[in-house]
Ligand binder design. Structure first.
Ligand code: WT7
Length: 635
C-alpha cells in the first residue's frame, strides 16, 4: 500500500520530497497499485505549459465506473455506497449498496443509450441532490458520455447558456426539488431554458415532487418506465485516459462562464488519492460532504473520490436550517458520520444559532472535519473546532478550485499540525510557488504573493470547452510556464500557506465563485441603467457580499429607488440566479475611471469596505470628482 495513506508529518515530507523529485514515478506507483486499468499507459506524463498541453497516463484505457463500482462488488457488494438523507427528516433515508448502485447505473446507462447517447456526447444534468443525480453522472461515465452538471439553483437563462455552450443533446431534470420548506418547480425553469436550446433532443424526467408539469411531445419523457424495463447489464465503455469525463462551468472574471474540461484517468487517480489521505478514510467510515454535486466539490468528493475508495458517501438533499438549525448535527448523530466536510459560510451561519442545536446531539463519531470554498476566518474555525470537533477532530482547511479538480493544499489530518486560517502544506505532487508583481518567484519563506503551480498534477482541467485560447490566456499567460490560480497567498516561516483571497475580479460569496462581469452585464440590461460596477465587501455569514455601484441613464434624483433596486435584483436572479443578488445598491453620478476608461474597482472596494483612509492618488483619474460624491452617499 506504500504511500497511498500518509500518516505522520515526517512521512509526509518523505513522500512529498519523493513526489516532486520524480513525479512520474510517484504518480505511476499510485495509479498502478490502486486502480483498475484495461490497458496500462505508455507514458505517465507529457506536458508543455506554453501551449498548454498536459497528458497523463498516455495510452491507458479504462472506465472510471469500473473503478468506482464494479471492482468493489467482490468485497463490498452489500456495503452502502450512497447514503441518501432526504430533505424531510420524516422521509426514510436510503442505503444504496454497491450492488444496488451497479444495477441502477447500468439501467440508467441503458436508457441513455436507447435515447441515442453515445461516447463523447454531452448530457446536461439539472437535478436536486437526489440519488438519481449521482446515478446519472455515473451512467454517463459508464458509456463515455460527457456530463455537464448544472447546479439546480441556476436560472433558466444561465442553464440555457450552459446547455448551448457545449451542445448538449440531452437534459436530465426532475419535476421539482425540495429545499427546506420550499418546493421549487424545476421543470418550469427547464422549459423556459429549452426554448432557446434547439440542440436538445431529449429531456429525461425524474419524478421527485409529483408536481404538475407540462410534457412536450417528442422531447420530454419520464424515465421510470424506461428504467423498469431496461436491462441491468451494461458493459462499461472503455475510454482513453485523456477522454473527457465531464465539463463543469465556473464563472470567469470576464464574459460567459468557462466550461472546464476534466479528463478521465488523471482525475480519477488524483481524486481517489486525495480523498483517502485528506479524509483519512477507513473501511466502515461514513463520510459526509455537504456540498451539492452541482459544484466541483460534489463531483470530486461526493461521487468519484469516495466511490473510487469503496467508501460510504452521504448525499443530503436539504438545507442546514430545516426543519431547524440542528439538522446537520442530527444527521451526523443519526448516521454516525466519521468525516464531515462543509463550507465556512455554513459554519458561520450555524455558529450564530443557539449552541443547544449542536450540544444536544452526540457527535462522538466524528474523526475528521474539513472546510472548503473560501478562507475560513479564525472565529469560525474555533467554533467548528470547539463545538463540532470537540477539539479532538483535526480540521482540514482544503484549498483548491474547479480548475484543479482536486484538493491541492491541505493538512493531512493526524499528521499535519493545523493552525486556524492556514491551508498549510501542498499535497504530494503539488508544487506551488508565490510570485511578485514583476513575475519573479519569491523563494523564501515569510513572503506574500500570487499563488501559482509550477508543475502539472493529474486532475488539472485540460482546457475550456471550445476555447483553448481563453484557457491559455486565463491561466498560463500571467506567469510564464506556470498555472496561475487567481488567488493571493502568504507563506509563513515554516512553509505553511495561508490563502488571502482572489486577486482578480472574482468574488467568493457564500463559497460560490462569482465573476463581476456577468453580473454587471445583467444589470446593464435594465433600461434605466447606464453602467455599473460590482465589488465585494466583508459579510459575517457570506464571507463576502456584493455591493453594486450603478449609474443611471437619467441623472438627477432617482424617484423610486427601492423599486429600482428590486428590479435590478430580479434581473440578476433571472439571468444568473439568486446567489448573485446584490446586498447593497448605491446609485452614483459616475464611476471612477482611469484615463483609458477602466473602472477603478480598487477605490470602489475600499469605499464598500468603509476603509477610505488611504484611497491612493485619485487625481490622475479621468473624473476625480465622483469619488467624494460616492463616499458621501455610501451605504
Ligand atoms: C476559489 C475556487 C474547490 C471547491 C469550491 C470552490 C477559494 C477555495 C479555499 C480555502 C481559501 C479557498 C479560492 C479559489 N477557495 N477553497 N480552503 N481557503 N480560499 O471552487 O468555485 O472553483 O472556487 O475558492 O479563492 O480560487 P471554485
Amino acid at each position: 500500500m506504500s504511500n497511498y495513506h500518509i500518516k505522520h508529518l515526517e512521512e509526509y515530507w518523505q513522500v512529498y520530497r519523493k513526489s516532486v523529485r520524480k513525479p512520474e514515478n510517484f504518480w505511476e506507483e499510485i495509479a498502478e497499485e490502486h486502480f483498475l486499468w484495461r490497458i496500462k499507459w505508455e507514458k505517465v506524463l507529457e506536458w508543455d505549459f506554453s501551449k498548454p498541453e498536459v497528458t497523463w497516463y498516455k495510452g491507458a484505457k479504462l472506465n472510471i465506473t469500473e473503478n468506482c463500482i464494479d471492482r468493489h462488488l467482490t468485497t463490498r457488494a452489500n456495503k452502502t455506497a450512497i447514503l441518501f438523507e432526504p430533505n424531510d427528516p420524516k422521509e426514510k433515508a436510503q442505503h444504496i449498496s454497491y450492488k444496488e448502485l451497479h444495477k441502477r447505473v447500468c439501467k440508467f446507462a441503458n436508457v441513455l443509450k436507447s435515447k441515442g447517447i453515445e461516447k463523447g456526447d454531452r448530457v446536461c444534468i439539472y437535478l436536486p441532490m437526489i440519488p438519481e443525480l449521482a446515478v446519472s453522472v455515473l451512467a454517463c461515465a459508464r458509456i463515455g458520455a460527457i456530463h455537464s452538471v448544472v447546479f439546480a439553483g441556476f436560472s433558466a437563462s444561465a442553464l440555457a447558456i450552459r446547455i448551448n455552450d457545449c451542445d448538449c443533446k440531452m437534459v436530465i431534470c426532475s419535476d421539482g426539488s425540495y429545499r427546506g420548506a420550499k418546493t421549487i418547480d424545476l421543470k418550469v425553469i427547464v422549459d423556459q431554458a429549452l426554448e432557446t436550446c434547439p440542440g436538445v433532443e431529449t429531456n429525461l424526467m425524474i419524478n421527485r415532487t409529483g408536481g404538475e408539469v407540462t410534457m412536450k411531445e417528442g422531447r420530454d419523457t419520464w424515465i421510470q418506465p424506461l428504467l423498469d424495463t431496461a436491462s441491468a447489464d451494461c458493459e462499461a465503455t472503455i475510454v482513453d485516459a485523456e477522454d473527457p469525463l465531464f465539463i463543469l462551468y465556473t464563472s470567469g472574471s470576464t464574459g460567459k462562464p468557462k466550461g472546464m474540461v476534466h479528463t478521465t484517468a488523471g482525475y480519477m487517480v488524483y481524486t481517489g488519492y486525495t480523498f483517502k489521505n485528506v479524509f483519512q478514510y477507513r473501511e466502515n467510515d461514513v463520510y459526509w460532504c455537504t456540498a451539492d454535486i452541482g459544484w466541483i466539490t460534489g463531483h470530486s468528493y461526493i461521487v468519484y473520490g469516495p466511490l473510487a475508495n469503496g467508501a460510504t458517501t452521504v448525499m443530503f438533499e436539504g438545507v442546514p436550517s430545516y426543519p431547524d438549525c440542528g439538522r446537520f448535527w442530527e444527521i451526523v448523530e443519526k448516521h454516525k458520520v466519521t468525516q464531515f466536510y462543509t463550507a465556512p459560510t455554513a459554519i458561520r451561519a450555524l455558529a450564530k444559532e443557539k449552541l443547544d442545536y449542536v450540544d444536544k446531539h452526540d457527535l462522538s463519531s466524528l474523526k475528521v472535519l474539513g472546510t472548503v470554498g473560501e478562507p475560513i476566518n479564525e472565529e469560525a474555525w474555533h467554533w467548528y473546532n470547539d463545538h463540532v470537533g470537540k477539539r479532538k477532530s483535526p480540521i482540514a482547511d482544503t484549498w483548491w478550485q474547479t480548475e484543479t479538480g482536486g484538493i491541492m493544499i491541505s493538512p493531512i489530518p493526524y499528521s499535519t499540525p493545523t493552525i486556524p486560517t492556514f491551508a498549510t502544506l501542498p499535497l504530494p505532487g503539488i508544487q506551488p510557488a508565490l510570485m511578485d508583481g514583476q513575475g519573479n518567484e519569491l523563494k523564501e519563506n515569510q513572503v506574500e504573493g500570487r499563488l501559482t503551480i509550477k508543475f502539472p498534477w493529474p486532475s488539472m482541467a485540460r482546457t475550456i470547452y471550445g476555447n483553448h485560447d481563453r484557457y491559455r490566456e486565463t491561466y498560463f499567460s500571467t506567469f510564464k510556464n506556470m498555472y496561475f490560480t487567481g488567488d493571493g497567498a502568504r507563506r509563513d516561516a515554516v512553509g505553511y500557506y495561508r490563502i488571502t483571497g482572489r486577486v482578480d475580479d472574482v468574488i467568493i460569496v457564500s463559497g460560490h465563485n462569482l465573476g463581476t462581469a456577468p453580473i454587471e452585464d445583467a444589470i446593464n440590461e435594465h433600461p434605466a441603467v447606464a453602467e455599473s460596477a460590482i465589488v465585494g465587501f466583508p459579510h459575517d455569514i457570506k464571507g463576502n457580499a456584493l455591493y453594486g455601484y450603478i449609474t443611471l441613464k437619467e441623472t438627477g434624483e432617482v424617484r423610486d429607488q427601492d423599486n429600482l433596486r428590486n428590479e435590478i435584483n430580479q434581473l440578476i436572479t433571472d439571468k444568473i440566479g439568486p446567489i448573485a443578488k446584490l446586498n447593497k445598491i448605491q446609485f452614483t453620478n459616475g464611476l471612477p475611471k482611469t484615463r483609458s476608461g477602466k473602472i477603478m474597482r480598487r477605490i470602489l472596494r475600499k469605499i464598500a469596505e468603509k476603509d477610505t483612509s488611504n484611497l491612493g492618488d485619485t487625481s490622475t483619474l479621468l473624473n476625480p470628482e465622483v469619488v467624494q460624491d460616492i463616499m458621501d452617499n455610501a451605504i
